[in-house]
Design a protein around this ligand. Structure first.
Ligand code: SAH
Ligand code: SF4
Ligand code: F3S
Length: 440
């Protein structure tokens, strides 16, 4: 039996694509190798969102080169967004690579492996949909459901539209069927994936077109599906109907990841985000009013070209005002082929670092304050495993997507009630409420 080793970089979309690759490879009779140096097929699913993502991958690729030299019959394959962004150039720069393919071309890997091709091959069209491939899930009780592929936005810093193509929504009937199958297999929590989930459906034909909130409603109707999450919505498309879906549908969790990127309307304009600070804060106000218990998390870019001290202060102001439960913060990284890479007034690295430190401190301070609302409360937790730093304790997440570390007896995949006793910026700490005690 042949073996493969796959290393995944990047976002949930890539993690999910990797599950598809694994499912496909299992279908071809490949078995997963524990180590790279024991594999006949060395695969990478790459990301190119920031420069450090590229660099990390290139280091790994160096090891693949060495392994290929030791055993030339090994196959080296590179898939994902980095591959798509460099296309055929990958073979010029790294001649030991045998096959390269973009995110929409995962199925071509099977074609290549079945063909015994002796020449290097690259597949970079946008026609395919990895959503239709079999998959091998990483977790028994949680699953990704890819509702759309690609992105029609034109954020000036972002490489994704060029690596994943135009937005294409999957058909509602296919999504519901896939969700039903997952639930039938024991899945209790599904995370819907898309670059801009709340523009879902706009490209579908009239007869089958439904919007994102209707999709949530349909999925909520599936018996046995306890939790629905999604990532990411775009603030420009965050409308009342989606917020209403959170308020009225039991399975839709109380967590919204609403990427801010910057708190300055000037910067947002140059980012081509199509909303300003006020409009963003309006959406937040609408969420807070209708869903007081909802967690809000975000993405922020520090040091976008031309970001002045004043612009950055505005970002801090929004962070202060919103009070996020958490934020992913990134140093701006110029990406090949994007508009922002060519903008004047690039911010010097030390200035970016200094701003980042201030931002992270404020985010953590507010996140810790927000977490305190759970102290003394009983929350529902889906158990995911044992705690990373304390194997005697259990770990899971509550509906608001906070990590909860607790003492208890529940098993992985169970929903339990946990009473929260303490909080940090990263996690909540508590004790499982046992049924007998609940009714005592
Ligand atoms: N489609 C999603 C996620 C895109 S990538 C969305 O729009 O929310 C995830 C995050 O990476 C983005 O939200 C942004 O904050 C960050 N990012 C993207 N390009 C970047 C760049 N060139 N430099 C720094 N951060 C970037
Ligand atoms: Fe990139 Fe913007 Fe599309 Fe997100 S919405 S993937 S940041 S272009
Ligand atoms: Fe994801 Fe990285 Fe591509 S963040 S969409 S894998 S560039």
């Amino acid at each position: 039996m042949k073996t493969f080793h796959l290393t995944t970089f990047g976002c949930q979309m890539n993690e999910h694509d990797s599950e598809r690759m694994k499912g496909m490879l299992a279908g071809l009779g490949y078995r997963e190798a524990a180590e790279r140096d024991g594999a006949d097929l060395i695969l990478f699913n790459t990301c190119s969102i920031r420069e450090n993502a590229d660099n990390r991958f290139i280091t790994h690729l160096g090891e693949a080169k060495r392994l290929k030299r030791e055993e030339p019959s090994r196959i080296v394959g590179v898939g994902g967004c980095w591959a798509q962004s460099v296309k055929e150039e990958v073979f010029r720069r790294y001649p030991f690579v045998d096959v390269a393919f973009g995110p929409g071309q995962i199925h071509r890997l099977a074609e290549f492996l079945a063909s015994d091709s002796l020449t290097a091959q690259g597949y970079f069209e946008f026609e395919g949909f990895s959503g239709d491939l079999p998959m091998r899930r990483e977790r028994a009780f949680q699953a990704w459901l890819q509702i759309s592929q690609g992105c029609n936005c034109a954020c000036s810093y972002c490489i994704v539209p060029s690596t994943r193509g135009r937005e294409r929504s999957r058909r509602p009937a296919d999504l519901i069927e896939e969700a039903q199958t997952l639930v039938g297999e024991g899945v209790r929590e599904i995370t819907l994936l898309g670059q801009n989930v709340n523009s879902y459906g706009r490209d579908l034909g009239k007869e089958e077109r439904i919007g994102f909130s209707e999709l949530l409603r349909e999925l909520d109707g599936i018996e046995g599906l306890d939790r629905i999450r999604y990532t990411s919505p775009h603030p420009k498309d965050m409308r009342e109907d989606v917020i209403e879906a959170h308020a009225t549908l039991d399975s839709v969790c109380e967590h919204i990841h609403l990427p801010l990127q910057s708190g300055s309307s000037d910067v947002l304009k140059r980012m081509r985000r199509t909303y300003g600070r006020d409009r963003y804060l309006d959406r937040v106000a609408m969420i807070r009013e209708r869903l007081p218990d909802c967690s809000l998390t975000t993405d922020i870019i520090v040091g976008f070209p031309g970001e002045s001290d004043r612009d950055f202060e505005e970002t801090l102001e929004v962070v202060e005002e919103v009070g996020y439960d958490g934020a992913f913060t990134f140093l701006f990284s110029p990406r090949r082929g994007t508009e922002a890479a060519e903008l004047p007034d690039q911010v010097p690295h030390p200035v970016k670092k200094e701003r980042m430190a201030r931002l992270v401190e404020l985010v953590q301070e507010r996140a810790t304050e927000r977490a305190r609302r759970f102290e003394g409360k009983t929350v529902e937790v889906l158990i995911e495993g044992t705690a990373r730093r304390d194997p005697g304790a259990l770990r899971g997440r509550n509906r608001q997507n906070r990590t909860v570390v607790f003492d208890g007896t529940g098993g992985v995949g169970q929903l339990v009630e946990v009473r929260i006793e303490a909080t940090t910026s990263q996690s909540l700490r508590g004790t499982e409420v046992l049924a007998s005690r609940t009714f005592a």
